[in-house]
Design a protein around this ligand. Structure first.
Ligand SMILES: NC(=O)c1ccc[n+]([C@@H]2O[C@H](COP(=O)([O-])OP(=O)(O)OC[C@H]3O[C@@H](n4cnc5c(N)ncnc54)[C@H](O)[C@@H]3O)[C@@H](O)[C@H]2O)c1
Ligand SMILES: [Zn+2]
Ligand SMILES: [Zn+2]
Length: 345
């Protein structure tokens, strides 16, 4: 079968690989019908994720059809249409029993990281009963690909951790797919203001279309002052960091209101300065989270009932044999206006 393999920093190749087989009783083999590329895949290719060994098939998002299951799988059978969570979880270990699926002792974020991922014709899903979700009859499967990672990440790490409430003010730093997912799901709670901040005017325009009340291009370096102006000098109740670099975390420290929350979503490769000299008296909360995807069933209902339209995040479509071109498009988002790129197998 065809698979997009990480061969060390800067090196990826569409290769012929053996079709995966059941290894553990709880495994399922899924024929991937649609997958996509995540900013985290680009982090891996840059060499930022040392735990991803060369030779690993990339990808941790997708939908597909169950091809075969191990003897321990009771919820799914061959032929079932399934949504793949980016987080594999046994459902039994101590972190899993707390809902901390991302810290499952035999799972967590392993797909396309520690084991072969979804950018292939077939993928092996460990703990299938608790890591796959049934796709409802007639669902828009392309849209559901957004539920493997980006929607739950924006919602759990950004909106829930940021304690977004009716009437509150929110700033989302980073208008990539994750920041936009936070923007869409923040509106479940009717905040009064949602300010999107990015360097890319196209993504800011998308943010405006998706419901942002204001947008700021931070290239000029006065984003903090602009947020203060928009909020009457108070700052925002929720400052959601969705980039993963020191400058954007520092911006969140500068714009969080007294009593507010900095909800970090971005994957950080280097340390950031904690400005306690300002924040010590500010009654703020700083949160971090690796997405658990515990919200997938809830988000699935909001997509099914059309409370949110996640299809608008999809900008490009490719076949699996064109995946190298898809990476090129996705990695040059400023030129190509790419958000999420669907790859059909
Ligand atoms: N916590 C988790 O579980 C989790 C899960 C998935 C992804 N992530 C991380 O979330 C982050 C966002 O993901 P994404 O896929 O949306 O990434 P992305 O790279 O597509 O988007 C990042 C956005 O940040 C903007 N940006 C870059 N530098 C900026 C600056 N100085 N000021 C303002 N904006 C700036 C870019 O223009 C881009 O629009 C990444 O770090 C990703 O690895 C975290
Ligand atoms: Zn991801
Ligand atoms: Zn577990």
């Amino acid at each position: 079968m065809q698979a997009l393999v990480y061969n060390g920093p800067g090196q990826k190749k569409l290769q012929d690989r053996a079709k995966p087989a059941v290894q553990m009783p709880g495994d399922a083999i899924v024929r991937v019908t649609r997958t996509t590329i995540c900013g985290t895949d680009l982090h891996i290719l840059k060499g930022d994720v040392a735990t991803c060994a060369p030779g690993t098939t990339l990808g941790h998002e997708g939908v597909g059809i169950v091809d075969s299951v191990g003897p321990g799988v009771t919820t799914f059978k061959a032929g079932d249409r399934v949504l793949i969570s980016c987080i594999s979880s046994c459902g039994r270990c101590e972190p899993c029993r707390k809902g901390l699926y991302s810290h499952c002792t035999t799972g967590g974020w392993i797909l396309g990281h520690r084991i072969d991922g979804t950018q292939a014709e077939f993928v092996r899903i460990p703990h299938a009963d608790t890591s796959l979700y049934p796709i409802p009859e007639g669902a828009d499967e392309e849209a559901l690909v957004m539920l493997s990672d980006i929607l739950p990440t924006g919602f759990e790490c950004g909106v829930l951790n940021g304690k977004v409430q009716p009437g509150c003010s929110v700033a989302i730093v980073g208008a990539g797919p994750i920041g936009l997912a936070a923007l869409l799901t923040a509106q479940f709670y009717a905040p009064a203001e949602i300010i999107m901040i990015d360097l890319d005017d196209n993504r800011l325009a998308v943010g405006k279309r998706f419901g942002a009340t204001a947008t700021i291009n931070s290239a000029a370096g006065d984003a903090a002052a602009q947020v203060m102006k928009l909020t009457g000098g108070r700052g925002v109740d929720a400052a959601i960091e969705a980039v993963g670099i020191p400058a954007t975390f520092t911006l969140c420290e500068a714009i969080v209101a007294a009593g507010g929350t900095i909800a970090n979503v971005g994957v950080h490769g280097v340390g950031v300065e904690l400005h306690l000299e300002r924040l010590w008296s500010h009654n703020v909360t700083i949160t971090t989270r690796l997405v658990d995807t515990v919200s997938i069933p809830m988000l699935l209902k909001t997509v099914q009932s059309k409370r949110i339209d996640v299809r608008q995040l999809i900008t490009h479509r490719y076949r699996l044999d064109q995946i190298v071109a898809a990476y090129d498009t996705f990695s040059r988002a400023a030129d190509t206006k790419a958000l999420k790129v669907i790859i059909e197998a």
